[in-house]
Design a protein around this ligand. Structure first.
Ligand code: CUA
Length: 307
């Protein structure tokens, strides 16, 4: 608990969304309740060992067993069940969310498609942006194994399962930068499958989404294209064929590379191009160590222009 307090951007105990507030309250209720029960039991145990031996009537013993063994567990568990059931999603079929984000979990990154006002998808990856105060619906699936999408500061987690769509709704209530993670073991780089979550004021979010919808304008794509990067990655307006790796159209606007693995800096990006599997075991991105240094640097320069 002490260590958890060191980092609030990924803490379920520092909620920034309505579901996370409910979950944190349930956590504290259960923790305090559990601590009370533990104290009572320990008190009884200590009393039984060191307390004065006094003869008890059979009636007292019967009552003790009935209250301690039947009434208390039944009411306690029923109260917890009711509190837990109250946290089930309360939205009805047909409720329309303010924003829908399609999430495809892949080993070991997140493909994201935001629906704009016209229902058109805007592709992005590995960094979730949300408006404060909006009901956001994530439609989750996977292409390979089971992953789980979890933003602890905003609410509970939901599995991303191949062949089906799971729906998770969250309502961010505090602007800020948080951290989401994959919460289901999915392979060697499960622990390196994270993503920053940026919660904007509504106007800022609208501006961000509009900018994401624009094609890339950066110059200097020659090295990127010559190295074949476009076979896997889309940079809208420059190379539209790739579908294997993350969309890089506005890559330079993101905070991290490798799905939350390293901060996005020129040095980290150069290291990533040389040996991605060193940074992230099991990654499908090949090494570009054989490229001449100046060509690799040209790719880095180009990617950092993709604002
Ligand atoms: Cu994806 Cu763990």
């Amino acid at each position: 608990m002490g260590l958890a307090a060191c980092n609030t951007e990924q803490s379920a105990l520092h909620p920034a969304g309505s579901d996370a507030v409910d979950l944190a309250n349930l956590f504290w209720f259960m923790t305090i309740g559990g601590a009370l029960v533990w104290c009572i039991l320990m008190g009884a145990a200590i009393y039984a060992v060191v307390g004065k031996k006094r003869p008890r009537s059979e009636r007292f013993a019967d009552r003790f067993v009935f209250v301690g063994g039947v009434v208390f567990p039944t009411t306690g568990l029923a109260a917890l069940l009711i509190l837990g059931l109250a946290l089930l999603p309360d939205w009805a079929e047909g409720d329309v969310p303010d924003l829908r984000v399609h999430v495809v979990a892949e080993q070991f990154w997140w493909r994201l498609d935001y629906e704009d006002a016209d229902g058109m998808a805007i592709a992005s990856a590995n960094e979730v942006h949300l408006p404060v105060g909006a009901t956001v619906e994530f439609v989750l699936t996977s292409t390979d194994v089971i992953h789980s999408f979890w933003i602890p500061t905003l609410g509970g987690k939901m599995d991303a399962i191949p062949g089906r769509s799971n729906v998770l709704r969250l309502r961010p209530e505090k602007a800020g930068v948080y951290r989401g993670v994959c919460a289901e073991f999915c392979g060697s780089s499960h622990a390196l499958m994270a993503f920053p979550v940026v919660v904007h004021e509504p106007d800022d979010f609208a501006a961000w989404l509009a900018a994401q919808g624009q094609p890339a304008t950066a110059a200097g794509a020659e090295a990127f294209l010559a190295a074949g990067c476009g076979a896997c990655h889309v940079v809208r307006g420059i190379s539209d064929a790739g579908s294997v790796g993350p969309d890089l159209t506005h890559f330079a606007g993101r905070r991290t590379i490798g799905a939350g693995t390293l901060p996005l800096t020129a040095a980290n990006l150069a290291d990533w191009l040389v040996a991605p599997a060193h940074i992230k075991p099991g990654v499908r991105m090949p090494s570009f160590a054989t490229l001449p240094d100046d060509e690799r640097q040209a790719i880095v320069d180009f990617l950092l222009e993709l604002k």
